[in-house]
Design a protein around this ligand. Structure first.
Ligand SMILES: C[S@@+](CC[C@H](N)C(=O)[O-])C[C@H]1O[C@@H](n2cnc3c(N)ncnc32)[C@H](O)[C@@H]1O
Length: 275
């Protein structure tokens, strides 16, 4: 079978899925173990029956509603590949807004990532700042194990401390920068999430219960104790939470509190700094 033919079959199989053509291409690359950008160049290559069987199994999982990153066990973020398992949130492209903002500021000596999940935030920042030291926490030991694997694979594990902690509970010392993308979906919004999100992301990564704002209160209130003078706090938010979270930052005594939008123009990040 020629690759082009396998790809055509995949595109047909996923025709009812939003973005199905792209998924068919990415999954074929995954089945063949090549980069998705090479698929077009390989159109005339032969694929083995084993490759086709593997591809068909992936297409069947996708048709049944499983997200591509779950099928492949990996997700590309800020140009690097991260392992994802059922124990971690599938990283979202919106989180690149937080990364871009963090990179605008001065390079920190030491930073803290609260609720690190697969580690995308801490590991991306360590990659961009070769002199920095990171501490990353999660309440989930299973998530920390994924972050540890990713840190190792990306070659930054020596500069990262992974700590199991309920927000700041087991954290010590002070930081030039604190970042977090905490769970923020309100309990009453959970039913409205797409099936792909509800069924495949861990509940603890999606919602803290209640109005979804409780992690921000803890993170903002603790920031003055854990930030160095002039240190920055930066969190990802849901698009409707900006005003409430900005007020928590001000109530905690942080200065220069600002709201930043993602590429779709929705409020996505709140920042502030210690005097
Ligand atoms: C929205 S996910 C973000 C994961 C990752 N930082 C990212 O951006 O893809 C939130 C993370 O916070 C963790 N978490 C939930 N409650 C926590 C708590 N009380 N203390 C620390 N981490 C917590 C979850 O396990 C999950 O990994």
């Amino acid at each position: 079978v020629k690759l082009a033919q396998a790809l055509r079959q995949g595109t047909v199989a996923l025709r009812d899925i939003d973005g199905g053509a792209r998924d068919a291409r990415v999954l074929l690359a995954g089945a063949l173990g090549v980069d998705a950008s090479r698929i077009t160049l390989m159109a005339d290559d032969d694929v083995t029956p084993g490759d086709v069987t593997r591809y068909q199994a992936m297409l069947a999982r996708r048709t049944a509603g499983e997200p591509v990153a779950r099928i492949l066990g990996q997700r590309r973020f800020w140009g690097q590949v991260f392992k994802v398992t059922p124990d971690v949130l599938d990283p979202r492209p919106e989180t690149e807004t937080l990364i871009a903002e963090a990179l605008q500021g001065p390079v920190p000596t030491r930073f803290l990532d609260l609720g690190t999940g697969s580690g995308i935030i801490a590991l991306t920042l360590l990659g961009e700042w070769p002199g920095a030291q990171g501490v990353a926490t999660d309440i989930s030991q299973a998530a920390l194990n994924v972050a540890r694997t990713n840190a190792h694979d990306l070659g930054v594990s020596r500069r990262l401390d992974l700590i199991q902690s309920d927000w700041y509970a087991c954290v010590s010392g002070t930081f030039d920068l604190i970042v977090s993308n905490p769970p923020y979906i309100g309990a009453d919004e959970m039913a409205g999430l797409s099936r792909e999100v509800r069924e495949w992301d861990p509940e603890i990564a999606l919602t803290p219960g209640g109005d979804g704002l409780s992690p921000y209160r803890v993170i903002a209130d603790g920031a003055p104790k854990y930030l160095c003078p002039g240190g920055r706090l930066m969190v990802e938010i849901g698009p409707t939470q900006g005003q409430a979270v900005a007020q928590m930052f001000r109530d905690a005594g942080l200065q220069g509190v600002a709201l930043l939008a993602d590429l779709d123009g929705r409020d996505r990040v709140v920042t502030g700094r210690k005097a």
